[in-house]
Design a binder for this molecule. Structure first.
Ligand code: GLC
Length: 631
């Protein structure tokens, strides 16, 4: 990439305007973190210098993109957005070969491609790349920084925006910073949170969660070389960064801007909830963690305003929405975030065949700022944690603990009569928490159905796959297809033979892309073909339906039928009623309910073109879902 030595006068002016616009926010956020320091102004200036340098070296095509994005700030909220997520090595082998698969992605209507962590990780085990050794190099197994930039440009030429991860909460234990810390360099020891004895760690531990209770219990480890305890929320080889040290903030800001200058358009901010620690709290979602993101945002607006952030905050629903920014920083933090709540309830509704708890819980979700959107998903590379609030369960006459236990047993395959085939992840005997792993298709019953050989079970599993994707495509936000789900790929058990992966069963849902199976995608008579074509249809219809723009209100509604989930999307772009039957038998929504919604009119299902009239009950076959709009 060519580096520009000097900015033109116009470019200088552009930067000046952006600086003027965003500096107050940047200072406000940084002040919450470092305002007490006597060298505060110096740190503000170091950040500004990084932003200016990044702007100087930003390639012209990306500057043009910035301009486009500035004129179309809702680009990622539009109904044409469809996402796909994969590991580069598991999907295409490497970055160079990835563009060969652009036509495949385009068949699904993909406009957003998330390539899972692709910076140089420590040697395995490395938590699937979430333990980064070098943020300036691409994982040598998949390519180079130059190839990343070339791939990003090719994707962009084809209407696909590239998203990638930034593991900003921790580094690998053999990152240069950690190595220097181990060798006793106090400046680098201050990049991490280290302690001479267990005094403080023990006090902190009283309020902390354990993320990997089976394989990495506790949140601290003893480093023999340094002879100090080190904060490590995740695996022992992932050391949490100390953002109370402004040098860490500046390093990460520079890394973010460098990724943006390679053509990365969306950065998935990993594990953001944990970025700030404070004694006596659970050290999750603290105001300072938000301030860090807001400061990153404000400086990146100066250098690369086209860039957006996706928050990976898999926390309680009311704790997620603040990642879009609150108060004077509303809309000034992350633009998108994972809709974990919807994902959990999709699986809950399927297992329970009832929608009461889900409807109630989704109705409690805080409203998003207009400028923000969800990323909706059915499955991802991680486990499913049953984030079901006790108080919501109680409100609909269920026990939260009981329901979570039911879901764990249902999806691990212990529950009698279950169709699902999954596995328990990181059982925590203290809380009784049992998370679940497994591919979407295996959890939706396809694996067992194949084993039984019963055609009707295979068909039901296909319908369940399409049903959860249906709601995910309509609920609001970018629907994110998890690699392999579009073909109904099953659990992959090969990880058990790989010592570096064997103790992490999340690898069950991280298979190698089955390109042979992908050849069946046009054959509707095969399960893979039926799922692929079904998802493709959702994508085509979504893109034609302005009512699905993310800014349209998305409201879970009662349908007067406990098995049919209702979702109303309403805005000046139109009203669309999603009705989704989560039961394996025929159900209907009473006409009276449609009348209450003002929909006792001629209606058309946008997916099939089938006509309905709202003055008659709407019948839905097993696992069927419709997108009804005024004809
Ligand atoms: C995120 C990732 C997960 C990883 C963790 C630690 O939650 O999705 O896979 O284990 O961060 O980096």
């Amino acid at each position: 990439m060519k580096k520009k030595k000097r900015l033109t006068k116009t470019e200088e002016e552009i930067f000046h305007v952006r600086q003027k616009t965003h500096l107050a926010d940047a200072r406000y956020a940084l002040h919450q973190l470092y305002g007490e320091r006597s060298d505060f102004e110096d740190w503000v200036n170091s950040c500004l210098a990084k932003a200016k340098a990044a702007y100087k070296s930003r390639p012209d095509d990306l500057k043009r993109l910035d301009l486009e994005r500035t004129h179309q700030p809702d680009w990622f909220l539009q109904e044409n957005m469809v996402g796909y997520i994969c590991y580069t090595d598991r999907f295409s082998g490497d970055l160079k070969t990835l563009p060969q698969h652009i036509p495949y992605l385009q068949e699904l209507g993909v406009t957003y491609l998330h390539l899972m962590p692709l910076l140089q990780p420590r040697p395995e085990p490395n938590d699937g790349g979430y333990a980064v050794l070098d943020y300036r190099q691409v994982d040598s197994r998949i390519g180079t920084m130059e190839e990343l930039a070339t791939t990003a440009a090719k994707l962009r030429e084809n209407g696909i925006s590239l998203c990638t991860d930034l593991v900003c909460n921790h580094t690998a234990d053999d990152h240069t910073w950690a190595e220097r810390a181990k060798h006793g360099d106090p400046a680098y020891q201050d990049y991490y949170l280290t302690f001479p004895d267990r005094d403080l760690p023990d006090q902190y531990e009283q309020n902390l969660r354990e993320i990997f209770p089976e394989t990495a219990p506790g949140n601290f480890l003893f480093d023999k070389q340094m002879e100090r305890w080190v904060w490590s929320t995740f695996n022992d080889y992932q050391w949490d960064l100390n953002y109370a040290n402004p040098a860490v903030f500046v390093e990460m800001l520079d890394i973010i801007l460098n990724l943006a200058n390679q053509g990365v358009e969306i950065i998935r901010m990993d594990a953001v909830a944990f970025m700030w620690k404070q004694m006596g709290t659970d050290c999750e979602n603290l105001p300072e963690a938000h301030a860090i993101l807001q400061a990153f945002k404000a400086f990146s607006k100066m250098a690369a305003p086209g860039l957006i952030f996706k928050a990976e905050a898999i926390v309680a629903p009311e704790d997620v929405v603040p990642y879009f920014g609150t108060g004077r920083m509303a809309g000034k933090e992350c633009e998108i975030a994972y809709h974990n709540t919807l994902m959990v309830y999709l699986w809950s509704m399927l297992a329970e065949q009832k929608v009461v708890l889900s409807t109630h819980s989704l109705q409690q979700l805080p409203i998003l700022p207009e400028s923000a959107g969800w990323v909706t998903y059915a499955r991802c590379h991680d486990d499913i944690g049953w984030a079901i609030m006790d108080e919501y369960a109680t409100a609909v006459g269920l026990s939260g603990y009981g329901h979570r236990t039911f879901l764990s047993e249902f999806y691990s395959g212990e529950f009698i009569g279950t169709w699902a085939k999954g596995d328990t992840f990181q059982f925590n005997p203290e809380t009784g928490d049992k998370r679940i792993c497994g591919s979407a298709a295996s959890l939706a019953g396809l694996e067992r159905a194949y084993e039984s050989g019963h055609q009707n079970e295979i068909e039901s599993a296909i319908k369940r796959m399409l049903l959860i994707h249906n709601v995910m495509f309509a609920a609001g936000g970018i629907p994110l297809i998890y690699m392999g789900d579009e073909l109904g790929m099953l659990n992959d058990y090969s990880y058990k033979n790989d010592p570096a992966k064997a103790d992490d069963n999340r690898w069950m849902q991280r298979p190698l892309m089955n390109w042979k199976l992908a050849k069946e995608r046009h054959k509707l008579s095969t399960p893979s073909g039926a799922i692929f074509q079904g998802i493709k249809q959702l994508s085509i219809t979504r893109k034609k339906t302005a009512a699905l723009h993310s800014q349209a209100k998305s409201e879970a509604i009662w349908t007067h039928n406990d098995h049919i989930f209702g979702l109303l999307r309403s805005s000046a772009r139109g009203r669309l009623l999603v009705l989704a039957n989560f039961s394996p038998v025929m159900q209907s929504v009473p006409a009276g309910r449609l009348a209450e919604l003002g929909l006792d009119i001629d209606l058309r299902d946008q997916l099939t073109g089938r006509d309905f009239h709202g003055s008659v009950d709407v019948p839905l076959s097993p696992y069927e879902a419709v997108w009804l709009m005024k004809k």
